[in-house]
Every structure is written in C-alpha cells, then in structure tokens.
Ligand binder design. Structure first.
Ligand code: F6P
Length: 343
C-alpha cells in the first residue's frame, strides 16, 4: 500500500454538509486502514503546519452540524510568501501521502496546481453557490436553497399585511442558482440573477401590472451579483479583495428598493447574507456529502489522483479537477424564462 496517510482540508466559504463529508472520509479511510489528518483552516493549516490526527472520536456527533469543525479560510498559498514551499514542506513533515480537498473552484484550483508539483489530490465539490460545472450539485447548495425559500415564505406575510414590495437579496456572486430556484420555489414575482441583465422599468411595470390585478404586494428576489447591464460593475460592500481576487458583494437589493420607492411603492429590502450558509444541513446535503466523502476515499484506494468526485444525475463519478472547475456553471435561459411567467 503506497498510501498510508491522508490529509483532509476544507477551504473557502463554509457550507452545511462539510462535517458530514469529513465524517464519511474518516470512517471509510479508517476501514481501509489509512491514517487521517485534519488540516485546520484550509490551505492556511498546511502553510502553518496546523494539523492533527483524526479518529472516530474526532468525528462523533458532527453529522447534523453546519460549518466545518476543521475551520476554513480563503488563504491561497500561491499568494503568500513561500506559501507553496511551506505547503510542500509540511506535507513532507507530516508524511501526508495525499490530500482530500473539500472546496469550490478556488480551493480546488490550488489542488490542481499542486498536482502539477506531484502532490496527490482528490477534490470534493462544495459551495452554496452551486456553480461548479463538473457536478449537478455541490455540498451546501440544497441547504442554502431551503433557507432562502423559507425566508421568502416568511417575507410574504409582511409583504401581504403591509401591501409592500419586499426585495430579498440572496448570495450568488457570478451565478443565480439560489436566487432562481428559491425565487421559483417561494413564488417570487421578479427574479434577478447575474447571468441576465435587467431593466428597472420592467421590474416596476410588473409590480404595476400586479397592482392592476388587485395584488398589492410583491416579492423581488435578487442575487447579490446581479446587475442591470452585463457590462456594469457589480455592487460591492467592500473593495477589499481576498487572496483569490474576490470583492465582497452586496447592495443591489437596496438600489432596487430605492427605485421602487421613487416610483411610489412602499418597499423594504432584506439581505439574507450568511444566514444562508448557517445551521443544519438538509438530508439531501448530508447524503450527498456522505456519498462524495466515501467516493473520495475510494479514489485514494484506487490511486486515482488529481480528480474530483462529482454528482451526475443520481451517480457519483470522478473527473479531472481541471475539467470540473474549468468553467462556471451558469443558470440556463430556459430556467430564467420560466421565472418570467409567474407574475
Ligand atoms: O462562495 C460562497 C459565498 O457564500 C458567496 O455566495 C458569497 O459571495 C461569498 O461566499 C461570501 O463570502 P464571505 O463569507 O467571505 O463573506
């Protein structure tokens, strides 16, 4: 057996279901006779050597808990002084024969680059944004979708009672998966996503048409990355850029609310923010995480590296990490058009 020790890390934004995935990885790896080491706080733990051995006790009682008990960060070793060398040194020091990296495009882009430095990596896809093209679903997305849908349901009461327009801003930097599906599931009247530009007058017209039909409340769902013109800049909360080049988005909901106010409608805006990443994972996310985690260890056993385990239909398969992350998975036009019939 050439592989004896597996390192596991979670990087990027936390997502409900990560603990379930780590639990499956440890369980299956121990069954195969591997030793498993938890790397703290994503790539930062490999730079700093913050690594501890995991056993059955480490993963007890975590299946239903959100977040990641290993901690996470948006650290990019390629952006730190001697970052990659430190990662390589710690992999050697802790005698890690391979890594299982649970993350989105950013985390797994590092795995992909490290694979080219002869580090053996297996990727597991997670992000509430669901924007990894290689997989139908990422760990965390279903929970975020349920939370956003539930929030829209709740906002209906106040919208109806006060005869208001409620504008709900949800996460989704480059893609509108949460917005479109939560909007459809929650019966939103207007859904705005980063993939398609929108027109303020059209939003107001739809609300006016609803009023004319006697519907004196409306719900607008907007993804944080949506913008009126595809060429326009996204609305940002802070100019601060993380190590993968991302700014903090937020504020489009408020802009829409102000436009509605100017047009004479009583409106309020709500930013769901990190609530969408919090709390218990749904049963779907738990099962997906358990399957992907176990499949990742099977890849280690088969010594198939630089691959990502992904969900296609109802099957878990594996594909090169590079292929899985090479492009963003966008919401298609048909789904977007479907949202336009419901107002
Ligand atoms: O990538 C997942 C995500 O939740 C995005 O939807 C959002 O834009 C971003 O992370 C927020 O990042 P942070 O937790 O660093 O504020």
């Amino acid at each position: 057996m050439t592989i004896k020790r597996i390192g596991v890390l979670t990087g990027g934004g936390d997502a409900p279901g990560l603990n379930a995935a780590i639990r499956a990885i440890v369980r299956k790896a121990l069954k195969y006779g591997y030793e498993v080491f938890g790397i703290k706080n994503g790539w930062l733990g490999l730079i700093e050597g913050d690594i501890e051995k995991l056993d059955l006790d480490s993963i007890s009682g975590i299946l239903h808990i959100g977040g990641t008990f290993l901690g996470t960060s948006r650290t990019n070793p390629y952006k730190k002084e001697n970052g990659v060398q430190k990662v390589l040194d710690n992999i050697k020091k802790f005698k890690l024969d391979c890594l299982i990296t649970l993350g989105g495009e950013d985390t797994n882009s590092v795995s992909n680059k490290l694979s080219k430095e002869s580090i053996k990596c297996v990727g597991v896809p997670k992000t509430i944004d669901n924007d990894i093209s290689g997989t139908d679903y990422t760990i965390g997305f279903d929970t975020a979708l349920s939370i956003a849908t539930d929030a829209i349901d709740k906002l209906h009461s106040t919208a109806v009672s006060h005869h208001r327009v409620m504008v709900v801003e949800v996460m989704g930097r480059n893609t509108g998966w949460i917005a479109i599906l939560a909007g459809l599931a929650g019966g939103a009247d207007v859904i705005l996503i980063p993939e398609f530009e929108f027109d303020f007058d059209e939003i107001i017209n739809r609300i006016k048409e609803r009023r004319n039909r006697g519907k004196n409340f409306s719900i607008v769902v907007v993804a944080e990355g949506a913008k009126p013109s595809l060429k326009a800049e996204q609305i940002i909360k802070s100019k601060e850029v993380d190590e993968f080049g991302h700014v903090m988005l937020g504020g489009m909901g408020k802009i829409i609310r102000n436009r509605l106010k100017e047009a004479g409608y009583e409106a309020r805006d709500v930013i769901l923010g990190h609530l969408q990443r919090g709390g218990k994972p749904t049963a779907f996310d738990r099962i997906l995480a358990l399957k992907l985690g176990a499949a990742a260890v099977d890849l280690v056993k088969e010594e198939k590296f630089n691959r990502m385990v992904v969900l296609r239909g109802t099957k878990i398969i594996d594909i090169p990490i590079e292929e899985a992350i090479k492009q963003i998975k966008y919401v298609d036009k048909d789904l977007y058009e479907l949202s336009k019939i419901f107002y």
